[in-house]
Every structure is written in structure tokens, then in C-alpha cells.
Design a protein around this ligand. Sequence first.
Ligand SMILES: Cc1cc2nc3c(=O)[nH]c(=O)nc-3n(C[C@H](O)[C@H](O)[C@H](O)COP(=O)(O)O)c2cc1C
Length: 322
Amino acid sequence: MSNICAFPFRLLMEELGAGGTVSELISCHGINYKNEKTLRMLSIHPSEKNIGIQLFGESAESMAVSAKVVLDHCQPKFIDINMGCPVRKVVTKGSGSALLKDTSKLGHFFKTIKDAIDVPLTIKIRTGWDDDSLNSPEVIRIAREEGVEFVAIHGRTRTQQYKGLANWDLLEQVSKESVLPIIGNGDLHSPTLVRKRMANSNCKAFMLGRGPLRNPFIFLESYLEDGEEVNFTPGDYWEITSRLFEYNQMYTDRERTLLVMMRKHIMWFAAGLNNAGQFRNTLFKCPELDDTMNLTKDFFLSLTTAKKQLNPDEAFMTSGHG
Ligand SMILES: Cc1cc2nc3c(=O)[nH]c(=O)nc-3n(C[C@H](O)[C@H](O)[C@H](O)COP(=O)(O)O)c2cc1C
């Protein structure tokens, strides 16, 4: 996820039960121009296990060149192509979900990238451009012919953006008939929803985007048996926050960047806890990193419970790059 899935958060999520993670979308042109900021986005921590680097671009040749650079630079376990980003700036250049519009070009697109790399190639798509072109089965068929290994599908169309609900009936139907393993994605925002889906699905795996931002323990909780309960404590929240801080300090030494990164995650971690609203206001007014961390420690450790009141149906982050 853009501006979120650099190695600090990815590593934390793997440590908290995610089976694998993918980088934010990274421009193939930024990589090929050796843009410094773009190359920093390729950093992988040595402890990360199943990490994919996600590329976006409209030209097969530029994507292939950048994929090779990525392999030399950071050795991810797989290369993923972003074919789901609905953002106008990306789509008008022919990349992201615009790639779903003209399937006649996809064979060449996949083959050119696949031929350039010696790790698995995967794709992340939407169900189609709009309700009149729900063409994911065709995209999957072409992907399979060109050696793509698995397909993650966000169960919305491009025109839907983040509105309405992910269409899980369609995801299940597509997965059932798919010649490739499907990773289902969309609106799995609570352990209960994940467990329900895991118990009865044609998908081979599930991808969680926004859920882990506010419930970083969602992966661990999703593996619990019915009736089993683990109560994460305020101390657990402080421990993972300080761990994330430590990882972020390995990623950058820029104080301002650290402050912005940490504040964002702390507010999400705090969401739904007692007095979270008041804490958020205090944090917004705090311009110093050290003070932010001290306030956060005081907040978490002053709580008597880490039970959250979160409404999984409440609108949360309704725009993004996939
Ligand atoms: C802020 C934000 C950034 C995102 N960035 C990416 C991205 O870089 N690449 C991608 O494939 N999807 C991206 N997505 C989409 C998510 O991966 C996911 O498909 C979508 O949020 C639906 O799943 P969810 O309901 O579990 O969040 C992003 C979503 C959000 C909200």
C-alpha cells in the first residue's frame, strides 16, 4: 500500500502473522531513471521472508528493464504488477487498472516481463474496468498462458473505486473456475470476517489492506479457533509501536519523515481504544518526535484494556492505489 508498505510496516506485519507482504506500487520509470526516492522504496529488510515488489507502468519493455534492476538491487521473492490502481494520474498514462481495458496487449506485456526475471511473476487486478467489462477470467487465462503464478483480485471494479462493497460472490465464482490460484481481497476488516471467509472459500489465500492498519493483530486473531480468545494488552500495543519505531529508524534518519510515519500508524493503532479521540488531538498538536513517542507510551500504558470498539463497516480510507 502506497506510503505505508515500506519495510518497517511489512516486517512488523510478517512478525505478527502475515504470510507474505507486497511493497507499495513503484514506478518502473522512476526505477529506470534511478530516481533516488524511488530506489529507496526498494529497500528490503534481511529478516523479511515472502516479500514481493510491486511495479506499475504502461510499457512492457520499461517494466521488464525495471524488474531486472529490482532483482539486482534487492532480490525480492516475486515481482508483482499493479493492474488495479484506479487513480486518474496512473490510469491516464495507461497503467494500473487501465491495463484491464485492452486485453489484446496483455500477452506481450506479461511475456516481456516474465522473460526478464527469474523469480515468480504475479499480478494484482480488479474485477474489471466497470460492470460492463467484468473480464477478470480472461485476464487470468492470458496470465496463465504467459507464466504468471498467482492473481490477487480486489473485488471492486475500477469505476467503483472504493465505493460499495467488494463483490465476494463474483470473487468466489471466478476463483472456482480459475486456472491460477486466486488471492481474494476486499473489506476483510475484522478477524471474524477473515475467519468466516477462510472457512468456506474457493480462494487459495486472502489479502488484507486496511484491516491491519487499525488492528495489527488481525492476522494472529484470524488463526484462532472458534471460541478461542487472546486478549492483546495495552502493553502489547506499546511494544509493537516501539518495534515499528525501531524499524522506521533503520529506514530513515530524517526526523520529520519519522514523525509523519509514526504519527500515522500510532493514530491507526489507537483507533477504537478508550479516549482515542482525545489522544489523537493531543498528538496532532505535538511537533516533536521524542514527545510523540513519550505521549504514546503514556497513552497506551495508562489504559486498563486494549479492547477496541471498531465498526468494521465504518468508512475508513476510501481511496488508494489498488
Ligand atoms: C491508502 C491505500 C493505498 C493503497 N496502495 C496500494 C498499492 O500501492 N498497491 C496495490 O495493489 N493496492 C493498493 N491499495 C489497495 C489495497 O491493496 C486493497 O486492494 C484495497 O484497499 C481493498 O482491500 P481492503 O478492504 O482489505 O483494504 C491501497 C489502498 C489504500 C487504502
